[in-house]
Design a protein around this ligand. Sequence first.
Ligand SMILES: Nc1ncnc2c1ncn2[C@@H]1O[C@H](COP(=O)(O)OP(=O)(O)OP(=O)(O)O)[C@@H](O)[C@H]1O
Ligand SMILES: [Mg+2]
Length: 414
Amino acid sequence: MGNCLNSSSAKVDATLNSRTSGISKGDSKTSSSSGPSSMTISNYSGGSSSIDSICTSRSEGEILSSPNVKPFSFMELKNATRNFRPDSLLGEGGFGYVFKGWIDESTHLASKPGSGTVIAVKKLKTEGFQGHKEWLTEVTYLGQLHHPNLVKLIGYCSEGDNRLLVYEYMPKGSLENHLFRRGPQPLPWATRLKVAIGAARGLVFLHDAKDQIIYRDFKSSNILLDVDFNAKLSDFGLAKAGPTGDRTHVSTQVMGTQGYAAPEYIATGRLTTKSDVYSFGVVLLELLSGRRAVDKEKIGIEQDLVEWTKPYLGDKRKLFRIMDTRLEGQYPQKGALAAATLASQCLNIEPKSRPRMSEILAELEELQSAKNDSKDHRMGSSPVPRSPVGHRQRRSTPLGSPLNTQRQSNTQVV
Ligand SMILES: Nc1ncnc2c1ncn2[C@@H]1O[C@H](COP(=O)(O)OP(=O)(O)OP(=O)(O)O)[C@@H](O)[C@H]1O
Ligand SMILES: [Mg+2]
């Protein structure tokens, strides 16, 4: 069975106004600056599982008639967002714009701004079949999956060429906005840990489900935050059912986001839950350093967060060099070193040596409780931690590997 979806997401936050990237119909696009870009590298086929069969064996009509998601008319969403007014714009991604809107709780009809339920409406650019496939996959997965650390899909609209998705509104936006935008207050260490834990819980839920799911697009822009900084995963357009039976992996067309995708997945198309673990490691590095996975505005090795941070992650005397200066030293040395060690393990070149998400979650929770017990959170004041999960192994991707080639390139090949 082929892929449930074959498109890729691309990533721009209009409010950042610094990146443009995208992918569609086989043309190459470039990222203007520091943001990640999506990629589709080679063609692989095969892989099957029960959720994939939900994608393919259920008709579109069956998926869309799920009682969990409400169909909206285009007019309803137009009214709810006040005609998709620019001042309702929350952000822009590779697939379209996201607007803030208001609906009545019971009738779901548009309500006055400030009254009723706040929603986020993603309006897909009408770019044809691939966008539609990903839109449908999102409805398929999020229509069925419910968890406090997954964003809630309220409904959808499919009218003519228009494809929209209606989500619960996440007042604090994406983690990406908080880490890399100049505007918001820098996230304190405890909040970063809380966000990492919330996101890890979301992945544990997916990986440990009876019908395992590989998320495939874990990155800071897909981690949305509620008013209390509880993290929720969004964007299931690339999600893929995990292997079943004796299979160890799913073979698939390589898709994801530059800088976050696991090297073996890029090289072989073999997808496992450990691909998500790698991406989680990259986001941990972003949380520690306040730097993007790929930053074209930096020079040399510093463009590549994984490569740049590698020599510092296990060294308590050097770690401060990569820590986010916006933290102003307000973090526990022990906790930071443990988180860095954990990131290093997630980034192990050998997927089997990476910890499972449940182990990572347990370690992060331990760090959180240790932090709560600790009185002095300043750098340089705490003892060195033990290695969090097993023996730490450094990732050592050779230069010139497919990973490096892809991560340094903004070109996507379909
Ligand atoms: N449910 C939501 N509530 C509040 N803001 C949201 C919501 N969904 C998305 N956003 C905002 O819209 C922005 C764009 O989201 P979108 O998912 O379209 O793009 P992206 O994650 O940046 O890139 P990609 O297309 O690769 O997913 C997010 O960064 C966030 O700021
Ligand atoms: Mg997104």
